[in-house]
Design a protein around this ligand. Structure first.
Ligand code: CTP
Length: 415
């Protein structure tokens, strides 16, 4: 029996309209057009969507050009990949030509040839991601479900299409865990056996691709659950053997999720927690393997080096200016990773005061005010601003007037 999926209640009318027109235009060009992959899964589940993957058994770029023209939307063409994107406000529609893929060897990027809907769906990772929705006017919104994805969605199962799926592409191990935890599903029994059999295949995947998977994990709602499950299945230890830590990382990431601090990017904090328990050498090894961008590499190194420097903060009555001096060069995720991971109450109190208060303290006097008082821009001015800030942090000055007084005393050399 063919099932039709209702999309009208899940996306705005203009978006429905764009999809409808796309189907009509494709039909006019003599081709079939489908919504494919994760978007079909999410439309059935009723979860939030903003990206639509469309697949045409014909020329995707030609179709996208017509679609952008007719619907007055923005067009971007990726000539190299023969794909195109149409965008309307926050909604994007990625058009690709149906393709089949073969892998020269495990872990290789796929060799791609034009294909039909059947082989395009067959190359996919899980049944719940291998469904399509017809956009052709005659079969509008009919579900194409050759592998039982609909039933697996119903039963809450993540299931591969064939037994070589993880061997073809071991990043699917991470993907499977991600879907399982995100959707509150279970990895199906046979699939779980295959996954465990193929964990060693993760060694065929480049560090860049593993980093990409970790970044996706860090951007999920429930990264702690994904990391916990990945550890349980021996997948996390494939990123670095030191990540066999009895749920430590998952626990800290779980706590990190609840933090809300201005300018704190949680994904960066999750990444920095990775580095906390590593030795200096292990941290460098991890960086060489994952090749993160410069700012993430910096955060990983800082997390590690700050952990070594925190002994200096383990004193109860440190003046705020000293806390500030020690922490000012460190990034927020590195500091918060140490806050979450450290076990000294005293150190944590200083760290918390720094991130919630000290880092925002500014003297009332600025460079301009100092200039007006006769101080030339340069190292001397910089030093004065720093001293003013320290004085304000330690509450030695509490008003602009007192700051001016202090500057005068410095200029006269009386302090
Ligand atoms: N896909 C696959 N194997 C991979 C990566 C992707 O089979 N290693 C297929 C899946 O069918 C997936 C589609 O390509 O649905 C699009 O990939 P992606 O955008 O990563 O997946 P979504 O399902 O859209 O994932 P998410 O909800 O996480 O954005």
């Amino acid at each position: 029996m063919t099932e039709t999926v209702n999309i009208e209640t899940k996306i705005p009318p203009k978006v429905v309209n764009i999809l409808q027109i796309a189907g009509e235009l494709a039909a006019k060009q003599g081709h079939n057009l489908y919504l494919v992959g994760g978007v079909v899964r999410d439309l059935i589940l009723g979860t939030n969507i903003s990206d639509f993957d469309l697949m045409v058994e014909g020329d995707a770029v030609q179709l996208a050009k017509r679609l952008a023209e007719v619907t007055q939307t923005e067009l971007t063409i990726h000539a190299r990949f023969k794909t195109a994107r149409v965008t309307w406000t926050k909604w994007s529609f990625d058009l690709a030509t149906a393709r089949s893929e073969t892998y020269d060897h495990p872990g290789a990027l796929p060799r791609v040839q034009p294909g039909s809907l059947e082989n395009d769906l067959f190359r996919r990772d899980f049944t719940i991601n291998a469904m399509a929705l017809e956009l052709n006017p005659q079969r509008y919104l009919q579900l194409v479900d050759q592998y039982g994805g609909r039933e697996d969605l119903e039963k809450g199962l993540v299931r591969v299409l064939h037994e070589k799926s993880f061997t073809d592409d071991a990043t699917r191990i991470w993907r499977g865990i991600r879907y399982e935890q995100r959707l509150n599903f279970q990895i199906e029994k046979e699939t779980l056996k295959l996954l465990q059999r193929d964990v060693p295949m993760l060694d065929t995947i480049s560090g860049d691709r593993i980093r990409h998977e970790l970044e996706l994990v860090c951007n999920e709602e429930c990264p702690h659950k994904i990391i916990g499950r990945a550890e349980e299945l021996g997948v996390l230890a494939k990123v670095h053997p030191a990540f066999k830590d009895g749920g430590w990382l998952a626990d800290k990431i779980g706590r990190a999720r609840n933090l809300t601090l201005p300018n704190l990017k949680l994904p960066a904090l999750y990444m920095s927690l990775l580095a906390y328990r590593l030795t200096g050498q292990e941290c460098e090894d991890l960086i060489s393997y994952l090749r993160p961008n410069r700012s993430t590499a910096r955060v990983l190194r800082e997390t590690h080096s700050l952990a070594g420097a925190l002994g200096n903060l383990d004193k109860r009555n440190l003046p705020p200016s000293q806390v500030y001096k020690l922490l000012q060069g460190y990034s927020l995720p590195a500091i918060m990773a140490n806050y979450l991971a450290g076990d000294s109450y005293v150190v944590n109190r200083h760290l918390y005061a720094f991130v919630t208060r000290y880092r925002f303290v500014k003297p009332s006097l600025t460079g301009n005010s100092l200039k007006k008082m006769g101080i030339e821009p340069g190292p001397e001015m910089k030093e004065m601003l720093e001293r003013l800030k320290a004085a304000k942090l330690d509450r030695k000055v509490t008003s602009r007037k007192e700051e001016e007084e202090l500057v005068r005393q410095w200029m006269e050399g009386t302090t």
